[in-house]
Structures are given as structure tokens and as C-alpha cells.
Write a protein that binds this ligand. Sequence first.
Ligand SMILES: Cc1ncc(COP(=O)(O)O)c(C=O)c1O
Length: 374
Amino acid sequence: MLLRQVGAGAAAGVGLPRTSLLLSAIEPSPGEHAEGPVRLHLNENAWSASPKATSAIRDGGATAANRYPGAQEESLRSRLADLHAVSPGQVVLGCGSSEILRMAATAFSGSGRKVIVALPTFESISDAARRAGTEVVSVPLRSDHAHDLDEMLARTGADTGLVYVCNPNNPTGSLTRRRDLERFLQRLPTTAYVLMDEAYHHYVSGSSEYGSFLDHPVDNPRLVVVRSFSTIHGLAGLRIGYAVASADTARLLAACRVPDSVSGVAAMAAIAALDDTVHVRTSASRNADDRQEFCNQANARMLRTIDSHANFVMLNTGRPAVSIIDHFATNRVLVAGPFHGYEKYIRVSLGTPAEMREFWRVWGLLPLVHGMTM
Ligand SMILES: Cc1ncc(COP(=O)(O)O)c(C=O)c1O
């Protein structure tokens, strides 16, 4: 049974000073994680949902319940269109960005067409494409963990329906440089669509190499940029995400959508979350601190991490990840992996300080490996 209170007496972690303002606004509520395993496997916002979003659910949720969600969906599309300076027709909503990835696989792949992806990357689009009878071409990441765009281009041909780029990439947390991506887009055959997944966009800080294709658009009618409300906004449980594309491409995507797949409550919460700039700022700042603290703890144990620009970190455990993941699961801490080419790594989502103390306590229960300090 994975039901247990997280050890209140877990070893004390050494925290960096918390620099962000208004952190109390996103302190986890008392009693959180009173039951169940520590969830460090799904890259959720461990701290909280946007408080404005939860107020919107409380205040307006009941009134939206007996109607189909058309009105709220339209309001959200307009809000997103304003935010990204596009027309509402260029915005497609999904039941999580997962639904958008499936729409893209349905719209742009199929028998006789290929989908090009990195390896490892977020698997959802490859899974959907394979189910649609599409050949998935997986191109290993470069040694610096960026997408190998030259090789992806070399593998792209007239039969390529879709190229998937996840930036920052899940599971590595690594970036692919904006200028390389721009050059790549210019050189792609005009038959290939590109899905740029920016699910972790808000966690990137201070990298001149990174540039969002929503914040700094390029003129490419086949580019689809996707964001999720599950990450920084903390709305994973409500299932909502969106895509922005040219009007024609958006129409092709939307044709593959389940009608009314986004609930009115989720749409209302998403609008409020977009307005909650304090929550976005504090969550990003908090995450940067937590990421640094995780790396400090790893360094103190002579463990290596991959430089992360997201709300999770890949940790080189120095031994087969499968056994480490089992060890953590047995101790009621869930972590992710293993991943192709990264067989000794686990992906650890950044949790609350109590959760991370539990993570390191459980790490300390592992038998010693030569040269590594627990
Ligand atoms: C890169 C990436 N894209 C999309 C998703 C799907 O997120 P959601 O459907 O919750 O919006 C995830 C979830 O982990 C992800 O990591």
C-alpha cells in the first residue's frame, strides 16, 4: 500500500535563502501529502495551483456546470489571442496539451507518413503517431542534450508529416538553441509541420540561447506552438492546454478535436491563471531556488545532474536507474525513468522542501557505491 505520512522527521535539508517575494501565497496547504506517495514523477507544480484560478473555480464553477462550455472556451481563446497578438481562430484549446499532441498526430501523420522526434523526449506524440500507423523516426539527442537538428533534418523527407521539438526537453530539461531552431525551420521541406512544445517555457530563466516561438514568433504557416496549464499554473488536475498556429493549420488541428473537450470550469480557471502574474513569477523564482538546492544536495553527494531549465532534474545515479526507481517506489517516493540513452539517470520533479528532504532521506538508504557519498 502506498499510503503513508511523509516522514515528519525526515533529515533536515540545507536550504538556500528564499529570495522571492510573496512566497507565502504559494506555501503548500497544511495536510498536503498527508496520504499517498511523494509525487516526484510527473513534473507538476508541487506548491500550488494559481490562487486566482482556485478562486475562479470556487466563485464561478457552480454556475458553469449545467451548460456546455462554449462561452468560457471562447473567452479563453480571446484572452490567449490577445496575449499572443494573434486572432482567436489561431488558438486551439485541448484537454491538456496532451490532446493537442494527439490532434497533431492525427492531423499530420498516418500511414505512409513519418514523424521525427528526439530520443529521449516526451513520448505522447510518438505513441499517438504509432497507433495511427505512422513510422516514428527517433533521433538521439546530442551529447550536450540538445536536439540534433542536423540529423533530424537529414532524416526528414517528402514523406515527413510532422517534426516534434520539445524545448526545454522532457526528460532532460535541456535547451535547444533558438538560432539553431530558426535555421532548422527555414531548411525543412514545406510539406512538414513542426510542433514546438513549450510546456516548460516559464521555468527557463536567464538563458540567452532560449527564445519562445510564442513570445518571438516567426512567419511559418506550418509551425504549431503548444503550452500547458499543468506546469507553472498548477492546473494539471483540470486538464487544459493550447496551441497557437496559422489560421489554416489551427483549422486542421481543431478538426481533430473532441468537441467541448475543455470544461467550462477549466477554461475559467485558465483565464484567471493567466491574470495571476504574481503566481507565475513566484512559482518560477521558487523553482529556480529549488533547482539550485537540488543540485547543491547532489553535489554534496558527488552526484552529477544535467543542467535543467525546467521543474525537474535528471540525476545520474551511477547505477541502473531501474533499481533506484524500485528502491524509491518501495519507500513511497515516485520518480521517473529510465530513459533511452540515459539508463543510469532518474528524472526527479522538484517538490516541496519536505518532499525533497524525503527524497534525500530515501537516497541515503541506498547501499554505498564506491566513490559516492550518500
Ligand atoms: C513536454 C510535455 N508536453 C506535454 C505534456 C502534457 O501535459 P498536459 O496534457 O498536462 O498539458 C507534458 C506532461 O508531462 C510534457 O512533459
